[in-house]
Design a protein around this ligand. Structure first.
Ligand SMILES: [Zn+2]
Length: 328
């Protein structure tokens, strides 16, 4: 049996190297996930992005051991799992991923994981996915990778209502993995959903009492679902979702004209990427530069501080009050 398992892992690794091309260059020691230790008696869960990592630890509490596949501080769109990650994944009980628009590499491994008994969950299955903006054209990033052929915006977690759907799904999965503790998971789920619904109401209140309805972003824009939910517009000089792509001078000029004509107060930058474009625009126009955290992944310091999805979203809301001109 053991040799068959090793063979399967070898096949997966080989398949991944073929698919990824560049995976062999990376040092697994540097890119190791937060934790993949199996703790006796606990359900082990591996999450690709921070939102599902955070929701799983809230719902599963002391009964689960959750690992974040992304190394803390790493920009999420350029991540691909190392062969070591794939081996770790094969040992986890539950694998929660965002969907193939965010994690195209998952397509190569999910069938193998399932055959090894991993409960594989594509959280996008329950989500009404939004198409990418019409003005966004497919383009290639610096590595020559197509920036998503999927035609959908992968950032659904930025809408707290979509987060509620994710939370319900994670609860269902834990019930399946551990039916004995069903009440415990459902109670935690209800508490978390209560907080997400409160967050949704607080966002609506800010949007309803703000002068502007446009989010000006100097980075790749992860808040499409958020903007859609709350009736907001957004402008970003980036096309597509890859932070590695370069914005066009024309789109930067157009953003600067909007800032001048609308008396905008702030331009937003994204987490875990150099905010060079937002900084230049802020300097040129004399407005503030503020963080709009897309919550794909977190820094080591944020992970150690124990901050969760809801904390990041409230920090975003404070900055949005300034950027949108909130008037109590
Ligand atoms: Zn993104």
């Amino acid at each position: 049996m053991k040799s068959i398992k090793i063979l399967i892992i070898m096949i997966v690794i080989f398949g991944l190297i073929l698919a990824a091309g560049c995976a062999v260059d990376t040092d697994p020691k540097e890119q190791g996930p937060v934790s993949h230790e199996t703790v006796e008696g606990k359900i082990s869960i591996t999450a690709t992005l921070f939102p599902q990592y955070d929701f799983a630890r809230e719902i599963g509490g002391e009964l689960v051991e959750v690992s974040l596949l992304l190394p803390p501080g790493m920009e999420a769109h350029s991540f691909e799992p190392t062969p070591k990650d794939i081996v770790s994944l094969s040992k986890t009980d539950v694998f929660l991923y965002t969907g193939e628009a965010m994690e195209p590499w998952a397509a190569n491994i999910v069938e193998n994981l399932k055959s090894q008994g991993v409960l594989v969950v594509d959280l996008s299955e329950d989500i009404p996915l939004l198409e990418r903006d019409e003005h966004i054209n497919d383009q290639e990033d610096e590595d020559g990778h197509e920036d998503g052929d999927y035609g959908v915006d992968p950032h659904y977690w930025t809408d707290p209502n979509m987060a509620v759907i994710m939370v319900d799904r994670i609860n269902t999965v834990l019930q399946e993995a551990d039916p004995e503790n069903s009440t415990y998971y459902t109670e935690n789920t209800e508490i978390l959903k209560g907080k997400l619904i409160k967050l949704d109401q607080d966002i609506r209140n800010v949007v309803d009492h703000s002068k502007s309805n446009t989010i000006l972003s100097g980075g790749h824009f992860a808040f499409g679902y958020f903007a859609h939910r709350y009736g907001l517009e957004h402008m970003s000089p980036y096309e597509g979702f890859s932070p590695n792509a370069e914005p066009s001078p024309k789109s930067i000029a157009s953003l600067m004209e909007t800032i001048a004509s609308t008396n905008a107060q702030a331009i937003f930058y994204e987490e875990l990427a150099d905010p060079k474009v937002a900084r230049v625009i802020a300097e040129e126009t004399g407005i503030q530069i503020l963080l709009l955290h897309g919550v794909h992944n977190v820094s080591i310091a944020d992970l150690e501080s124990g901050k969760g999805y809801i904390d990041f979203m409230y920090e975003n809301l404070e900055n949005l009050k300034i950027g949108l001109g909130y008037d109590e």
